[in-house]
Design a binder for this molecule. Sequence first.
Ligand SMILES: Nc1ncccc1[N+](=O)[O-]
Length: 248
Amino acid sequence: MRIDIITIFPEYFSPLELSLIGKARASGLLDIRLHDLRSWTHDRHNTVDDTPYGGGPGMVMKPEPWGEALDAVTGGGEEGATPRLIVPAPSGLPFTQQRADRLAAEPWLVFACGRYEGIDSRVAEDAAGRMPVEHLSIGDYVLAGGESATLVMVETVSRLLPGVLGNAESAVQDSFATGAMAHLLEGPVYTKPPVWRDREVPPVLLSGNHGAVDRWRRDQALRATARNRPELLDRFTDDDLDRRDQEV
Ligand SMILES: Nc1ncccc1[N+](=O)[O-]
């Protein structure tokens, strides 16, 4: 997968040189390219923002640098390929594991990181004439810009790509994963030693009875979900739960 990130703070993305994503980039599984939006400004101050029409607080990012940046970055696709443009914004559609699964199937993503009060809306309208454009939100709070959200989305999507995680299985067992534990929160996890500060690991996990372990894990996941995210349980119908009983 190719990922382009356009931002006025390229250094914000140095964490993408570390750990699993860093290794995936080094191995060629991931081709992440950073672009400084100011490269497409032509004035002495490399201006990227201006006051909002209609008044109001803050600044809006100017359309010209973005238009040139997107032309330059998205024009260079192999055999004229076009990317999916992701614009992180609090006003966007919710970024969920299901949406991450879908994005992980895309060959090429471009992230436009807006700062201030956002990017002039004509930029996304103009780009939509040439490529799919999605405004996505990672949560109902206001960040100073799209960079943190882009880090979250890039990490969430990248770890789903085959070969990026050491053990692809663990992506399946995660909270919100698809399959039998879909939409359930992950329950408690344990590793050695079997007793620590007089606290024992639940005996079922040491029993070697995989059916009992799976049932225990699903029960714990249902409890965690009921406690912290009861609204996620509404998605289950009775036969869903019955089906899970068969599956687990
Ligand atoms: N929540 C956000 N705040 C600012 C920019 C982007 C955001 N987001 O969720 O993608």
